[in-house]
Design a protein around this ligand. Structure first.
Ligand code: GAP
Length: 443
């Protein structure tokens, strides 16, 4: 199967048909670059975020989490450099009024759509503005955060002191960010409202290069462990010109999307830039007191910054497969940890007590926090196909033999192997499979 731009159309329509992702406000004609996650999509994205949180926070002793407010003091964005520096070069067409990023025009002097005259290049700040309180004047302007990172930096000492942390340690956060992108697109890849999964790892200056290497490898292998093939991932180092104003080194984890190799996550050595700037702008020092050396220091920061929506899209693209004997039949080969539904319970026929037995197993799954499905309609083959398309790794079937000896079949999605187990062991069996699927998230 060729995963090209036509393939992207297939993905978008599958996402709508099966309830992974819908266009936002669709009945009003949609809102450009905004997307809503449906019942399968929300489970998948929650699992992506949970996989990140487990491997970055829950399963580690050196990283803690926070959940900071989206709206922050406007001075934060002065200190971080976003107010002046977070801009894209913009030109407008004087005839058709279309807007373009000047750096995407390859030195074109006229509008690529209608040939009209273009305006001078101007800097366009990507931060969304709003007003806090009832008065809409300059003093009440606040910004929707364009990255979650700053909520971590301004809380650095609060977290360090409250949790009695010693260097090196990290602070992680998952949350929404907003950027008024000039050219959003490629489905959920570049949107104006998106979710980030960021971690700031604070270390002694001089050890930063070593930690930068560590996080590059750690983050690349996270995607591989969750099912993305090595050949579809690469690390791309930024050139000196590409480096952000705060970065000493930076690389991107890139995925081979149907629209080409594109950034999934950035890993940057942000030095002591942010802690020093916030100390300067707030007048409150964010220096760390080193108990052993009895001195204050500004730690260096390594930042793996991932996007929950981009990662989710990459896992969808990667999971897509078709049956080699029946190309109409789609199989979403999600890693079991990521799969939206873990197990479907299916009575073979609607009689002889099979639906009642299957429903009991289904409810036992739910009572044990296993996201399960129950499907009684149409032939069993069609029901397996529906679950394959949703990416469900296991199907449990209640059949004639169940009524005689209380065993059920467990069908595995990828191998299609079927085994028989006691119906009483069904919940335990799936729970064990789920535990095994989470092992890859340990260090
Ligand atoms: N704190 C550093 C930072 O925000 P970034 O490379 O601008 O770095 C990190 O963003 C990640 O956030 C990106 O790798 C991407 O996954 C996600 N991201 C950024 N802008 C996005 C957008 N407009 N739409 C969807 N995801 C985005």
């Amino acid at each position: 199967m060729v995963k090209n731009s036509d393939f992207m159309t297939t993905i978008v329509s599958l996402c709508k048909r099966r309830g992974f992702i819908f266009q936002s406000s669709e009945i009003y004609g949609g809102l450009n670059s905004c997307w809503d996650y449906g019942p399968l999509g929300v489970e998948l994205k929650r699992n992506v975020k949970e996989a990140w949180w487990k491997s970055m926070v829950t399963n580690r002793q050196d990283i803690v989490g926070i959940d900071a407010a989206i709206l922050m003091h406007p001075r934060v964005w002065e200190a971080s450099g976003h107010l002046t520096g977070f801009t894209d070069p913009l030109v407008d067409c004087k005839s058709c009024k279309e807007r373009f990023r000047a750096d995407h025009l390859d030195n074109l002097k006229s509008c690529p759509k209608c040939g009209g005259e273009l305006t001078e290049v101007r800097k366009f700040n990507l931060m969304f503005k709003t007003f806090m309180g009832a008065v809409e004047d300059r003093s009440s302007v606040v910004f929707m955060r364009p990255e979650t990172a700053q909520g971590i930096f301004v809380n650095f000492l609060n977290v360090q002191q409250a949790s009695r942390l010693k260097l090196p340690f990290g602070i992680a956060q998952i949350g929404k960010s907003f950027r008024n992108e000039i050219t959003p697109g490629n489905f959920t890849y570049r949107t104006r409202e998106f979710e980030q999964m960021e971690m700031e790892f604070f270390c002694y200056p001089g050890t930063d290069a070593q930690w930068y290497d560590y996080w590059r490898n750690n983050r690349l292998s996270w995607y591989i462990k969750l099912g993305i093939k090595k050949e579809n991932l690469r690390l791309r180092d930024h050139t000196q010109e590409e480096l952000a104003h705060y970065a000493k080194a930076c690389c991107d984890v890139e995925y081979n999307f149907p629209f080409g190799w594109s950034e999934l996550e950035g890993i940057a050595n942000r030095t002591d830039f942010d802690l020093k700037r916030h100390s300067e702008f707030s007048g409150k020092s964010l220096a760390y007191f080193d108990e052993e050396k009895k001195q204050h220091i500004f730690p260096y920061v390594i930042e793996p910054a991932a996007g929950a929506d981009r990662a989710t899209l990459a896992f969808i693209v990667e999971a897509y497969d078709v049956d080699k004997d029946d190309p109409q039949r789609v199989i979403m080969r999600f890693h079991p940890f990521l799969a939206p539904i873990k197990c479907a319970v299916l009575p073979l026929v609607k009689k002889e007590g099979m639906p009642e037995k299957a429903e009991k197993i289904y409810k036992d799954m739910l009572n044990n926090s296993i996201k399960a499905a129950f499907d009684v309609n149409s032939a069993i083959g069609r029901r397996y196909a529906r679950q394959d398309e949703a990416g469900t790794p296991f199907c449990i079937t209640v059949d004639g033999q169940t009524i005689q000896d209380d065993t059920v079949t467990v069908r595995e999605r990828d191998s299609r192997n079927q085994i028989r187990i006691s119906s009483e062991k069904a919940v335990e069996y799936i729970s064990q499979k789920m535990k095994e699927s989470a092992l890859c998230l340990s260090q």
